[in-house]
Design a binder for this molecule. Structure first.
Ligand SMILES: NC(=O)c1ccc[n+]([C@@H]2O[C@H](COP(=O)([O-])OP(=O)(O)OC[C@H]3O[C@@H](n4cnc5c(N)ncnc54)[C@H](O)[C@@H]3O)[C@@H](O)[C@H]2O)c1
Length: 270
């Protein structure tokens, strides 16, 4: 068990999916959790945390609005007196090919996925600097550089690649004050989000290219995020932790749907 007793965590986009699973797990590990989102389901997540014996503060937060982020940090300080962890999880992934993508489509994805990460980081920064302690975990995506994923996600890939670049650079700035910043790079996670933008066959084809051969559970992401958000992860910063059920050296070239190497070797000889 990672000890988050006396710690306070803010999670963005915590009304469902990976954010919800992360908020629940951090609370289970003893953190007081500030559950933020633009959707009303944040209230249900806060209630679930309290029902499990945890402590939650629920706030509306649109991560594109810097002043709202500052207000959430103020409320957190009023309620709990500190902010130890920030999980920048809020994100959207609409699909559009370049020809139909409008400048407004592009801007919205960058605003939420990338600028939102900056806004919330900037809002917690003075507090974490004063405390000389902080853990910031940014949720990127395998679509942000590791694999091409889909041609319909170029704005999304740009935003998530930007999150990795931001993480690597900001970690250098933050390190001397006891603040770490890392990125999580998820593959396909079973939150229903992939189903909203991709056909079932596309999802099946994508997961069949990985050795694990399935989508990840939100809880599997939450446990990786929670580790990076913990005190014992003090010596990891600026890193990107890939959590995608894939093999780093064989991306897209292995998986249950593929023939074993011995078969490929035999077929090469014939
Ligand atoms: N599910 C996947 O396969 C997958 C893969 C790679 C990366 N990710 C990333 O993981 C994160 C969570 O994804 P998910 O699958 O749980 O998706 P989800 O859609 O279930 O959850 C995203 C949450 O972000 C919130 N959100 C959207 N716009 C917001 C805004 N302006 N301000 C605050 N909150 C806002 C939504 O209301 C929602 O609750 C996202 O950043 C996503 O890009 C997901």
């Amino acid at each position: 068990m990672l000890d988050f007793d006396t710690q306070v965590a803010i999670v963005t986009g915590a009304g469902r999916g990976i954010g919800e699973a992360t908020a629940m797990l951090l609370a289970e590990q003893g953190a007081s959790v500030v559950v933020t989102d633009v959707i009303d389901e944040r209230e249900t997540v806060g209630e679930a945390i309290e029902e499990n014996g945890g402590t939650a503060l629920v706030r509306e937060l649109d991560v594109t609005d810097y002043e709202q982020a500052e207000a959430v940090v103020e409320d957190t300080l009023d309620e709990f007196g500190r902010v130890d962890v920030l999980v920048n999880n809020a994100g959207i992934f609409p699909t559009a090919g370049l020809d139909e993508m409008t400048p407004a489509d592009w801007q919205q994805v960058i605003d939420i996925n990338l600028t939102g990460t900056f806004n919330c980081t900037k809002a917690v920064l003075p507090v974490m600097r004063d405390q000389e302690y902080g853990r910031i975990v940014n949720v990127s995506s395998a679509a942000g550089g590791r694999v091409g994923w889909s041609g319909d996600l170029s704005h999304y890939a740009a935003s998530k690649g930007g999150v990795v670049g931001f993480t690597r650079s900001a970690a250098i700035d933050l390190g001397p004050d006891g603040i770490t910043m890392n990125a999580i790079v998820p593959g396909m996670i079973d939150t229903g989000a992939a189903e909203r933008v991709s056909a079932d066959e596309e999802i099946e084809a994508a997961v069949n290219m990985t050795p694990v051969g399935r989508q990840g559970d939100p809880e599997e992401l939450a446990s990786a995020i929670t580790y990076l958000a913990s005190e014992p992860a003090a010596f990891i910063t600026g890193a990107s932790l890939v959590v995608d059920g894939d093999h780093p050296g064989l991306s897209g070239r292995t998986g249950p749907a593929h023939r074993p190497l011995s078969e490929l070797c035999n077929s090469d000889k014939t």
